[in-house]
Design a protein around this ligand. Sequence first.
Ligand code: IPE
Ligand code: IPE
Ligand code: MG
Length: 255
Amino acid sequence: MASGKDLENTAPLNHLAIIMDGNGRWAKQRGLPRIAGHRQGVEAVTTIVDECVRRGIRYLSLFAFSSENWGRPQQEVEALMALLLQFLESQQQKMIDNGIRLKVIGDIARLSASVRTSLADVEARTADGDALTLILALSYGGRDEILRGVGKVVDEVLAGRLELAELNDSYFSSRLDSGSIPDPDLLIRTSGEMRISNFLLWQLAYAELYFTDVLWPDFDTVEMQKALDDYHSRKRRFGLTDDQLAATGTSGQGD
Ligand code: IPE
Ligand code: IPE
Ligand code: MG
């Protein structure tokens, strides 16, 4: 029950998106190679996935590898792909047991055949999971996703399957990689950078943004609690006035 002091947001946190940044700096601070930071970052991923399941969050989108990250040294790219394969291998049984469904977004065609096969395999094996949908953004860029979505819409119009007048917000959303997944409610970015870096440009239109200096490998359940407390203290207006929100009972803060 929401009391006067309760900061519970009436809009539930259904979809959490995270830009997991700072692995390299975490390693550098310890005199370790960057890959050691990425390895520790995977530990944080498993902690936060478990925490989302525990809290009943339905969607978790993780920015794991951007379209721009292809420009990193080949050795680092290869190490990241190897870590991804290890992650899929080691987590898939747990994902099935815990009702976690994997969905990949991004320009998958650029990934190696072995990575694509492994992703498709885990996606198929976890397809019935109904607790948490884990969305991994790989080889992902928001502009690239929008352009590919525009391409699909143009094809449909040219083929006579879609009238331009029918094109609206929700139709276009359905043609993005994220498909029918609802938009994120909260975006967390670690490591002190305050930018979006081409993540979910369309979908983040009305997300609450939370930035923390904590580096991703150090992001744990305590840090997650801080982010959620902050989220629950926000008032989400979606362009309306406070009076309108009070009248419709859709105000962000249940006080
Ligand atoms: C985020 O950490 C992980 C990826 C982008 C793959 P970084 O590797 O960007 O770490 P910093 O920003 O260099 O510290
Ligand atoms: C964003 O981090 C991409 C991921 C977390 C996968 P980057 O480290 O690549 O972003 P910039 O370069 O600092 O903007
Ligand atoms: Mg970075």
